[in-house]
Design a binder for this molecule. Structure first.
Ligand SMILES: *[C@@H]1O[C@H](CO)[C@@H](O)[C@H](O)[C@H]1NC(C)=O
Length: 263
């Protein structure tokens, strides 16, 4: 849905709305012609007001984790990490943009996004065997008025597994397709960046944040009663409080000279 929204500029959406309003004005009795638009706007204003007062739920807070959390990677056997980032991680940034006047309706774009979607579905299905940890997607909404770049972060347990995916049959098929269309489809762009961080060389912190980035990975660890848990840890206390602690090389006392946030 948001890919479609992003395909047209705000100006275009407003003009589309004006045309609809124009049609309504022609068809409806004069005194009711503005009712749908005014009604919708009043409803939204009222709802925002009620949300500010706490009288109706605020959907922006759905799935927000209050407090300070860090996302770690459990062992392959589901064992919880012992000290911060004690697993390595390989991250691939992939991005695509259609530079065609038709945006996502350009020749080739549908194949590109279908092939890409299939790759991600396959990775999610075979996460354990492929070392895939999860992915999140981002849209650079401020880049242009429309058809902005779509970026996906893909996390793997190791560089070798990332490479095995890149050279595996499914990605090779997508790659061959891409090679066959580049000359005729110069309006489609793709890019990637790859980073590999050995154990003890990456960390993260999430404050009152929803699950995005590495916090949204699919890896689960064994909880105390045998439940499978998200590998998210309270970073408000203990060694995980600090950058060095989360890297696995500090005890959490490094920032004592600074003030502490209250949650
Ligand atoms: C997104 O677009 C803005 C505006 O062009 C640019 O400054 C920024 O670097 C872009 N972000 C990424 C991740 O490419």
């Amino acid at each position: 849905m948001w890919v479609l929204r992003n395909n047209f500029s705000i100006g275009t959406w407003i003009v589309l709305g004006s045309v609809l309003q124009g049609v309504a004005s022609l068809l409806l009795p004069r005194r009711y012609a503005l009712a749908p638009a005014v009604g919708l706007l009043s409803f939204r204003l009222l709802r925002t007001g009620l949300m500010c007062l706490g009288l109706v739920p605020n959907p922006h807070m759905d799935e927000v984790f209050l407090g300070k959390l860090t996302g770690l990677i459990p062992g392959r056997d589901g064992s919880p990490p012992k000290h911060g980032s004690d697993q390595e991680v390989a991250v691939m940034i992939l991005a695509t943009r259609s530079n065609h006047p038709l945006g996502i309706f350009a020749p080739g774009y549908n194949e590109l996004s279908t092939l890409f979607g299939k790759l991600l579905i396959e990775l999610h299905k075979n996460a354990e065997e492929t070392g895939f940890l999860g992915n999140t997607a981002w849209l650079n909404a401020t880049e242009q008025y429309n058809t902005n770049q779509l970026m996906v972060l893909v996390y793997f347990r190791s560089r070798e597994e990332l490479e095995a995916f890149a050279h595996g049959p499914s990605h090779r098929r997508a790659w061959d397709w891409w090679n066959s269309i580049t000359a005729t489809h110069p309006h489609l762009s793709i890019m990637h960046e790859v980073y590999h961080a050995p154990a003890g060389h990456w960390e993260n912190i999430w404050v009152n944040n929803h699950l995005s980035g590495i916090a949204a990975t699919v890896a689960r660890m064994d909880g105390p009663d045998g439940q499978r848990l998200r590998p998210l840890f309270d970073a408000g206390r203990g060694p995980l409080r600090t950058h060095l602690g989360r890297l696995g090389s500090g005890d959490g006392g490094e920032n004592e000279k600074y003030g502490e946030a209250k949650y």
